[in-house]
Design a protein around this ligand. Structure first.
Ligand SMILES: Cc1cc2nc3c(=O)[nH]c(=O)nc-3n(C[C@H](O)[C@H](O)[C@H](O)COP(=O)(O)OP(=O)(O)OC[C@H]3O[C@@H](n4cnc5c(N)ncnc54)[C@H](O)[C@@H]3O)c2cc1C
Length: 411
């Protein structure tokens, strides 16, 4: 039996639930049927989302803690910075899932289904979603199933790395942490050919989420990341004995290569699958909220969800250069960031990372970075992109107009 919905969300994590809330709470879609399919019950605190903002946001009710100061530390010491009008917020994954589900439960038009999406087949008027052998059709399908890491193909034009997370929420001795200051980045760990840092979200003076984060193309074992966490806790925070309250981890593909967003006439990729993670930072929470707004605006204005948010070319270029620096000069990243944080107010850096900086902000930030490294890498990035682009055009000409046909299927 086939069932039809106006909107199907394949994946009910951050992006799926954020967009579902936005759709269900838009008056024009009050009568539209929405189905959210996830293979997981989402009853575990599987990750913790942090983000910064200077204005109220749609999921503020789920925030568990906010800070007005952030710390950045490296081998040269630690600096605490005031956030001005910004606040750094943390939302526990489980609180986000429960809060979103409670909001959605108020709408009779919204249904949840636990199941594995096997395939999405595009069509002219509707797409078909295969869930555990059953076909469901939808006018619009939003696909946030995570992209496979193995789908990352190496090419000369773009940098492709993996972003690893491994975090412990721990209880330690009183006074181990300063609950007034969250640590944004602490580079006090051997870099060993990758960009590695910790962040610390102190919920009390004896309780914090401590997370190890790496941009690398290497494979890592869980044992390695846990050893790094234990060493950091002992050497930097003097914490030798602690109780693990919760654990989280994951690995995401990071690249400056463009992500395919429109997967068919009726299918849009959202979340990490739709390239909503900022390549140079690994943050996605605020970008997912802005994307959900843009999708709803597009549906209302154009009758389809494909009118995307503007992606400023200048930031895509800066992301590409920074990713290349991370891969080719990983040891230079911590000192470069230290210089940037020393010479710019935090509010300017946050505006820059939000891609909302003024031209003067961008120039000030560029001027604070080591010129030979960044100018050299910018030239290499340009050469790689122009060279590879030229070769691709040549190959295209040789092949004539014979292009592989789109299958309209995604797995
Ligand atoms: C440990 C960790 C910490 C992070 N911390 C931050 C942070 O502090 N700030 C920030 O901005 N970003 C953070 N991120 C990055 C990003 O915000 C998250 O990865 C976010 O969850 C991405 O949202 P998403 O909807 O794309 O993917 P997910 O939230 O992973 O949602 C995808 C959903 O699809 C479901 N699914 C997968 N395959 C199928 C299938 N075949 N059928 C049905 N369902 C399926 C999954 O169960 C999942 O619920 C973090 C990521 C990780 C892993």
């Amino acid at each position: 039996m086939t069932t039809h919905y106006d909107f199907v969300l394949a994946g009910g994590g951050l992006a799926g639930l954020s967009l579902a809330c936005r759709l269900a709470e838009t008056t024009a879609f009050a009568q539209s049927s929405i189905l959210i399919i996830d293979q997981d019950a989402k009853t575990r605190n599987d990750r913790t989302f942090s983000f910064w903002s200077s204005a109220p946001g749609p999921f503020d009710a789920a925030i568990c803690q906010s800070w007005s100061r952030l710390r950045v530390a490296g081998p040269d010491g630690a600096r605490d910075m005031d956030l001005g009008a910004y606040r750094y917020h943390t939302v526990r994954g489980i609180d986000f899932y429960q809060h979103a589900r409670q909001r959605l439960a108020q709408h009779d038009t919204v249904q949840f289904r636990r199941g594995h999406v096997e395939q999405i087949v595009d069509g002219p008027d509707a797409a078909t979603v295969l869930v555990d052998g059953q076909a469901i059709t939808a006018t619009w399908v939003f696909d946030s199933r995570p992209p496979r890491l193995t789908d990352q193909r190496e090419d000369k034009r773009h940098t492709r790395l993996k972003l690893h997370f491994r975090g412990w929420e721990i209880e330690a001795q009183p006074g181990a942490f300063d609950p007034q200051v969250a640590t944004f980045m602490d580079f006090r760990t051997p870099q060993d050919g990758a960009v590695r840092f910790f962040y610390v979200l102190p919920f009390a003076d004896n309780q914090a989420l401590v997370e190890y984060t790496l941009f690398t193309d290497a494979r890592l074992t869980r044992q390695e990341t846990e050893q790094a966490l234990a060493t950091y806790l002992q050497t930097v925070h003097g914490v030798a004995e602690f109780r693990i309250l919760e654990e989280e981890g994951g690995c995401l593909p990071i690249t400056d290569a463009p992500f395919a967003r429109r997967l068919g006439k009726r299918v849009l990729a959202i979340g990490v699958r739709g390239g909503r993670i900022k390549p140079s930072t690994g943050y996605a929470f605020s970008r997912v909220q802005a994307d959900s707004d843009a999708i709803v605006r597009s549906l209302l204005a154009c009758g389809h969800p494909f009118e995307p948010l503007a992606e400023p070319a200048c930031y895509r270029w800066l992301d590409a250069v920074l990713l290349r620096v991370m891969r080719t000069h990983s040891a230079a990243v911590a000192p470069a960031f230290a210089a940037m944080f020393d010479r710019n107010p935090m509010s300017r850096i946050l505006r820059f990372l939000d891609e909302q900086a003024t031209a003067l902000d961008i120039l000030s930030i560029m001027a604070s970075l080591p010129a030979p490294l960044f100018v050299g890498t910018a030239l290499q990035t340009a050469a790689a992109q122009i060279g590879a682009g030229g070769k691709a055009r040549q190959r295209g000409k040789q092949r004539g107009s014979r292009q592989p046909a789109a299958t309209g299927m995604s797995q």
